[in-house]
Design a protein around this ligand. Structure first.
Ligand code: GRF
Length: 208
């Protein structure tokens, strides 16, 4: 049974999707820890309601190295096996993916590698998607490496962009995709069935 830590910064709707999937017995894992970089976020309330220990590790006015070192120390002291970034808004220093190779997942609200990278988060992503004229967007769950938003892709799914879409309406539809594919990606990783070659992965359970 893999021990999972989830890193959050906000509402925690993706955390909730993972909690619900684990509770339903869909994923051979236990969410043992939630780490937030902000104290007053609903994600910590969701963790408390699920009986999951939550800790705050502030990142404000701290170097990437400094807060990443503290996060890593906590992950290792709790003997965490897998890490899920779920609405976590800060970039982790390479020391974390180096300590957890192919064991950290992140969800991003676009079809990576498009509309990803430093500074591309939240409504900015959907604004850029709409301005690009593309007809489809979607969500991606990928492995975290030292390169932001550029790890091997584990799961994706798409939504068609409507003529009257706004960044807000698009964000809502993409979030629904996130809530569906994140548990699927964690299940594949927790079951040790993810095959990786370069940026490509094979995850039969999703494409069956
Ligand atoms: C989501 O839009 C997700 O794409 C991004 O963080 C946002 C908030 O997620 N990673 P959550 O509701 O806090 O899980």
């Amino acid at each position: 049974m893999k021990k999972v830590a989830v890193l959050v910064s906000g509402g925690g709707s993706n955390l909730q999707a993972l909690i619900d999937a684990v509770k339903a017995g869909e994923i051979p894992a236990r969410i043992s820890l939630v780490i937030s970089n902000k104290p007053e976020v609903y994600a910590l309330e969701r963790a408390a309601q699920a009986g999951i220990p939550g800790v705050v590790i502030p990142t404000k006015n701290r170097s990437r190295e400094e807060y990443s070192r503290q996060i890593l120390d906590k992950l290792q002291s709790e003997e965490i096996d897998l890490v899920c970034l779920a609405g976590f808004t800060r970039i982790l220093a390479p020391l974390i993916p180096q300590a957890y190779p192919e064991r950290i997942l992140n969800v991003h609200p676009s079809l990576l590698p498009a509309f990803g990278g430093e500074g591309m988060y939240g409504l900015r992503v959907h604004q850029a998607v709409l301005e690009s004229g593309t007809k489809f967007t979607g969500a991606t769950v990928h492995l975290v490496t030292a390169e932001t938003d550029r790890g091997p892709i584990v799961c994706q799914d798409i939504v068609k962009i409507n003529d009257d879409d706004t960044p807000e309406t698009l964000a809502r539809r993409v979030l629904e995709i996130e809530h569906r594919i994140y548990p699927q990606a964690l299940k594949i990783l927790a079951e040790g069935r993810l095959k990786i070659k370069g940026f490509r992965t094979w995850c039969q359970e999703y494409y069956k």
